[in-house]
Structure formats: C-alpha cells, structure tokens
Design a protein around this ligand. Structure first.
Ligand SMILES: Cc1cc2nc3c(=O)[nH]c(=O)nc-3n(C[C@H](O)[C@H](O)[C@H](O)COP(=O)(O)O)c2cc1C
Length: 313
C-alpha cells in the first residue's frame, strides 16, 4: 500500500511535514496545502518557503495548485518545475464558500465544460505530471458520472478521490457506492481519501476495496501521526515519541514565527487533532484551546502528557 499525507491548509506546512518525516516512517508522498496559481513571477514568501526544496529535504513533496485558469496553472507550474518538481496536484476538492463562489476547488466541478477546456489546455502543454484531488460533485453525488468521462480523457498521474460532495463539507459519510463505481470507471489510477481515523477504519477500507493500492490520510494522521506504523507493523504510538515530535514542531514554530501569539495559534490548531489520541482528552483539549500564553499552553500540554495515556490503535 502507498500512503499519502493529505494537504491541510494551516496544518501540514513544511515545519510540520519535516518533523513528521523525521519522527515517523513510510509516507510515500506529502502534498502541500494549496497555492493559488497566478501570473506573478514570484511566489509569496510563505508559499515559497513551504515548497522550497531546501525546506523539504529527504521527502517526496507534491505541490498543490488552486485555480480555474489554465494560463495561471501553466505559468505557476513552470515556476514549480524550475524548482525541481515533476508533479503538480490540482485542487478540485476545497469546499470553502469563498473558494467555491469563485468556481475554484470543488466549485470548478459544477462548470464542467470549462473544466474540460481547462484540462485540455493544461494537458496539451504538460509542464509536469498532473494529478487531481477531487470531491465527487458539488451538489449531487451523481455528478461524478459526467466528471469521470471528462477525467478519463486525460492521462492523469492519479485521481485522488474524497467521495463527498461540496455541500457535505465534512458531514455525512464518504460515499463508498460512488467510490466503488469510480474504481470501475476510471481509466487513471485511483487513490482513496476520507475518514480513515484509526487502524480499524483503514482495515475496513482495504477489505472493502482490495484493489486500492494508495490511500491518502488527513485528519487521522494529524491525530495519530504514527498511524501508518500501526497499520503496517501493528505498533502503537509511544507517548515519548509523540512528545519529542510535538517538541520539535513547537521549537521550530518558535524559531520561524514572529511572536508568541502566532506560535500559540499554530499549536492550538494542531492540538484540536493531536489531543484526540489521548484518553479522556476533552478537558485537556479545552484547557489547551483556552490558553492565553505559551506558559498556559505548556502547563496544559504537560498535564495531558503526564496524566493521560495514548489510546490503543
Ligand atoms: C483544516 C483542513 C485544511 C485542508 N486543506 C486542504 C488543502 O489545502 N488542499 C486540499 O486538497 N485539501 C485540503 N483539505 C482536505 C484534506 O486534504 C482531506 O481531503 C480531507 O480532510 C479528508 O481526508 P481525511 O478524512 O483523511 O481527513 C483540508 C482539510 C481540513 C480539515
């Protein structure tokens, strides 16, 4: 099985990604949170830092672009190619209203003629290999049947499917019926993504879909960064390892971010997920969320690590 780390805006940037790669094994590809494509000759500092090869040593990173403009995709792909990358991922899944209202992310799925023309243009130039990360539709799961006919016209590096529609955001369950059809209908390799929170969830997906050879993990991996070792080696996450991993991210954020407030904000975002791997985590998660200073935060994190255990896989 190939394991991919899902792109997650605000969470899986290069500080987190490098720490993950240093402490845990077996991620075949990390995907960058989306970068809006445009005609500028330079990246914004934050976007550039995130994908600079020197900030991503010893791991496989696939930069992700968000756009519905083929010229912008091509222009930005050229800059990415010059940096040494040979694959770019297109975000056709983001459900956020501000993105969708501009017909980007999963909003692009609803204007299928334009999507087809866009893909035709970017594939006719083919600066790099191109993979797509999609939802199955905007308003109805059945939109997938039209979409797959479009995707099948192009030689995708792979089709990463999060089988929800835009309207679901993260509610409801992944639509496994449509995903099953996707495996039959897609002429391109398919990767499964969605709601694998535990080793048990992984086992269920791999039993249900024995032909799937690639899964992308997001929120589950943020909660249990060692989940892949749980899957492949039946190893339970060790508290000491998690603490060392946490400390590395914390120190690196302190080094690169300006001011305690920014560090605190980043760590709180991460703890929304990471606290879930502990027993009785609610009151600790709340204390971390309410921390006003790094001192409060340190105290809350120490109590969580000292007083609670890591849940079994
Ligand atoms: C906070 C957050 C940020 C995300 N940012 C991105 C993003 O930048 N690009 C993208 O393609 N998907 C993004 N996603 C979607 C995830 O990559 C993934 O598809 C989704 O969380 C479902 O997988 P999971 O159930 O394993 O978490 C984001 C999701 C969340 C919750």
């Amino acid at each position: 099985m190939n394991f991919y780390f899902a792109p997650m805006e605000g969470l899986t940037g290069y500080i987190y990604r490098n720490a993950h790669n240093a402490f845990f094994e077996h991620i075949d590809k990390y995907f960058s949170p989306f970068i809006p494509a445009n005609q500028s000759d330079r990246f914004k500092t934050r976007e550039l830092n995130d994908i600079l090869p020197e900030n991503n040593q010893g791991l496989v990173l696939i930069p992700q672009l968000l756009t519905n403009n083929a010229k912008d995709f091509i222009h930005t792909s050229k800059k990415i190619k010059i940096m040494g990358y040979n694959e770019v991922n297109l975000n056709l899944g983001c459900p956020s209203r501000t993105v969708v209202s501009k017909n980007r992310g999963s909003g692009f799925l609803s204007i299928r003629e334009e999507l087809d023309e866009f893909l035709d243009e970017i594939f006719s130039v083919a600066i790099t290999k191109i993979s797509l990360k999609i939802r199955i539709g905007k308003d109805q799961p059945e939109e997938f049947y039209d979409l797959i006919e479009i995707f099948n016209k192009y030689p995708l590096e792979e089709l990463i499917i999060h089988p929800r529609i835009q309207k679901d955001f993260y509610k409801n369950k992944p639509n496994l019926k449509i995903f099953r059809e996707a495996l039959i209908l897609s002429k391109n390799p398919v990767c499964y993504n969605g709601d694998i929170f535990t080793v048990k969830d992984y086992k269920k997906i791999s039993l249900d879909f024995p032909n799937v050879d690639t899964v992308m993990l997001g929120r589950g991996l943020l909660s249990n960064p060692g989940m892949v070792s749980g899957i492949t080696k039946n190893i339970n996450l060790e508290k000491k390892l998690l603490k060392d991993f946490h400390d590395k991210i914390y120190e690196d954020y302190k080094r690169v971010l300006f001011g305690d407030k920014n560090v605190l904000f980043k760590m709180k975002e991460l703890y929304f997920y990471m606290s879930q791997v502990f027993s009785n985590n609610e009151k600790y998660a709340k204390r971390i969320r309410k921390s006003q200073t790094l001192y409060d935060y340190n105290e809350a994190v120490s109590s969580l690590f000292n007083e609670q255990d890591i849940l079994e896989n």
